[in-house]
Design a protein around this ligand. Structure first.
Ligand SMILES: Nc1ncnc2c1ncn2[C@@H]1O[C@H](COP(=O)(O)OP(=O)(O)OP(=O)(O)O)[C@@H](O)[C@H]1O
Length: 346
């Protein structure tokens, strides 16, 4: 069914970023999951990087939207158009345009059957010949090179933009998992609210994300770094610059970080003892962009008493794993408890 031709692809359809992995070629597309739409005609002006640059800077008749929210489709038609664009980009990069690819898309583990079906339908509408879905933590574990098919426990925590996925995997199946709709985006929102409350200053999403990535830390860092940011003073209504410190961002992120840690603890508590022992040996593996928050691994290790490692290429693991899963479809079909399934033409 899947020949050697490089046309099949795995798509990490993220809330923040979309990655396309092409069989035998690696990750060929990596762009923000953003679409710019003209409000008067409803036409798509830009997708991906070009659209992201328009956020907060668009004239009245163009809106930049993120069609995925909390890891699921918030706007079906726009998502389908976005997927079509990304498939095209991946094909263009290979010099193939005409063939309809088989596509594996990852989905959060906690979504409903209706939400999952929407992803499959949008993928087919976008031009896929066959659409398959795989649960995100499983894909992340494959992408992080964990021994998912072996009779040993592996624990993965994937912290994306919209969702945090925690799962314990053994023998090709998810033994126990938890998905919370709370991850990097929620951190950005927490920073916005903190700055608003403390300084009466309104800042945008991009500024809060920059603060988080540049000076943010899950626990107070030794170097209390500082950063100047600009926003709109809520009292005077005028632009204003203030200085923000790492410790302040740690305080802003406290609640979100604690909720993520709780999700990990609850999952660990549900783990069968033998698997918990395996995890103790190998450690908890963190993937996704949120895993790059400074000191999150350290804090999680202190809180759980387990070794914690950030995967190499943490941002790419889900994309790589989704694509590799497509290469190993035979393994999925022959094993129970696997979440990939195919949907033949309509
Ligand atoms: N160095 C960093 N420190 C903290 N957060 C980071 C860093 N780099 C990226 N992020 C955050 O990671 C998130 C995006 O991660 P990722 O691309 O894995 O998510 P996604 O796959 O799009 O989302 P989801 O899996 O929820 O659908 C964003 O919230 C981004 O701000």
């Amino acid at each position: 069914m899947f020949g050697g031709f490089s046309r099949d692809m795995g798509i990490d359809l993220g809330t923040a970023n979309t990655l396309v992995y092409v069989k035998g070629k690696g990750i060929l597309v990596r762009e923000p999951s953003v679409v710019a739409i003209r409000t008067d005609t409803g036409s798509i002006e830009a997708v991906g990087n070009d659209a992201k640059n328009m956020i907060g800077r668009t004239p009245g008749n163009i809106v930049a939207v993120r069609p995925m929210k909390d890891g699921v489709i918030a706007d079906f038609e726009t998502t389908a158009t976005m997927i079509r664009y990304f498939i095209r980009q991946a094909q263009k990069n290979q010099g193939i345009l005409s063939r309809r690819p088989n596509v594996m898309v990852c989905v959060p583990s906690g979504i409903t059957a209706v939400e999952k079906r929407a992803v499959e339908d949008a993928t087919k509408q976008a031009g896929a010949r066959e659409a398959y879905t795989i649960e995100e933590p499983f894909a992340a574990a494959i992408g992080a090179d964990l021994p998912v098919w072996e009779p040993t426990g592996s624990m993965i925590v994937d912290i994306g933009g919209g969702t945090t996925e925690v799962a314990i995997i053994s023998l090709g199946g998810i033994v126990t998992s938890r998905s919370v709709r709370l991850a990097g985006d929620e951190m950005d929102e927490a920073v916005i609210q903190y700055i608003k409350k403390r300084y009466n200053l309104m800042i945008g999403e991009r500024t809060s994300e920059t603060l988080k990535m540049e000076i943010g830390s899950a626990m107070p860092s030794e170097q209390n770094e500082k950063m100047d940011i600009r926003g709109r003073d809520l009292i005077s209504g005028l632009p204003k610059t203030i200085e923000v410190t790492s410790h302040e961002i740690t305080e802003a992120l406290l609640e979100t970080v604690n909720s993520i840690i709780d999700a990990v603890k609850v999952t660990l508590e549900k783990s069968p003892p033998e698997l918990a022992a395996d995890i103790m040996d190998r450690g908890i593996v963190l993937t996704g962009g949120g895993a790059l928050l400074r000191n999150l691994d350290k804090l999680l290790s202190e809180e759980t008493g387990m070794p914690v490692l950030v995967a190499e290429n943490a941002l790419d693991c889900v994309g790589i794993g989704t694509g590799r899963a497509l290469e190993n479809l035979h393994l999925f079909k022959s094993k129970s408890g696997i979440t990939a399934r195919s949907k033949r033409g309509r």
